[in-house]
Design a protein around this ligand. Structure first.
Ligand SMILES: [Mn+2]
Length: 314
């Protein structure tokens, strides 16, 4: 922390970067630290690969988003990112800066930095940014609090995931005391659904079937269904959980026809089935309870093949 503070205090032109497809923690951490540094009188720019997603467009600090034109920065701070590859086009901003700081909570981080702070026990990078801002002796404004609260609430799934700690709640409590509109934030990041996603959810429910005495749920979306609503990638997020959350289900399989005749499969297990092992049969991979694969073939054929592998494990 002393090292980080020293580097920050001796810098004046600071770039902030985070991973591609930036989520609530990535953006909340970026704008949180950016606003704090702006408050310290530094020239701060946040560089993003994509526009801020609609779901997160309420985050304060977006006036600091800039377009990189090859200018020099005496410091680049990279947040919530474990690997240079995840910086996409902006890797050069980080490599070209005179000094570099990386702040992250991923278990495997291989970034090079003058100031490297990795804390795997942090539920969100936002928790680390909170501690850093406190250590910098900068007042946590309402705008900073909105960013850090969003970072923590999204990475903990609304304090539901097992990464949530007593400290997550203590930090969130302090942030809430700064008049954070938490009901609005939670509604925006968890409950609000785009029309195209709602249509896809309806189709996913319509197509849901149960197998193996209700232990396995399968659903799918065909290429034409997806084309008909002009779906965005994040519209598919969580659709595999429709089946997974059904009482009695152990394994949920969700197939979406990415290209005609090519299915992207998502597998989720609740308690005991190792779905990574099942995915590996089809050259896929992932974690024990969450895995994926890609397979060419017709719908019936693909479903049968995967069901037969699930049956073996059950
Ligand atoms: Mn994170």
């Amino acid at each position: 922390m002393k090292n980080l503070i020293n580097i920050i205090q001796n810098s004046s032109k600071v770039a902030i970067v985070t991973h591609t497809s930036a989520d609530g923690d990535a953006l909340g951490s970026s704008f949180g630290i950016a606003l704090a540094l702006e408050g310290m009188g530094k020239k701060v720019s946040v560089f993003l690969e994509e526009p801020v997603p609609k779901m997160l467009n309420f985050l304060p600090g977006q006036h600091l988003v800039a377009e990189y034109k090859g200018e020099f920065h005496d410091l680049c701070i990279c947040v919530d990112t474990s690997d240079m590859k995840r910086l996409g086009e902006r890797a050069e901003i980080y490599s070209n800066a005179a000094r570099k700081i990386t702040i992250d909570h991923h278990t495997t981080n291989n970034m090079q930095a003058d100031g490297l702070w990795i804390d795997e026990s942090a539920a969100a990078t936002g928790e680390m940014i909170y501690k850093l801002i406190k250590a910098l002796n900068v007042d946590i404004s309402r705008d900073i609090a909105i960013n850090l609260y969003t970072a923590i609430v999204t990475d903990t799934g609304g304090f539901r995931y097992s990464n949530t700690t007593p400290e997550s709640h203590l930090i969130a409590a302090d942030l809430l005391s700064r008049n954070v509109p938490f009901t609005d934030i939670i509604k925006k990041v968890f409950d609000t659904v785009s029309y195209s996603k709602m249509v896809l959810m309806k189709k996913t429910l319509d197509n849901l079937t149960l197998h193996f005495d209700g232990k396995v749920a399968v659903s799918y979306l065909l290429y034409d269904d997806i084309k008909s609503v002009d779906a965005q990638t994040d519209d598919f997020e969580g659709l595999v959980n429709v089946g997974r959350n059904l009482e009695g289900v152990e394994v949920s399989l969700f197939l979406r026809e990415e290209q005609p005749g090519v299915f992207k499969g998502s597998l989720r297990a609740n308690e005991y089935v190792d779905v990574a092992q099942i995915a590996s049969v089809f050259s896929g991979g992932g974690h024990k309870r969450a895995a994926g694969f890609s397979m060419a073939g017709g719908l019936e054929e693909t479903m049968e093949k995967v069901l037969s592998e699930i049956g073996k494990v059950l």
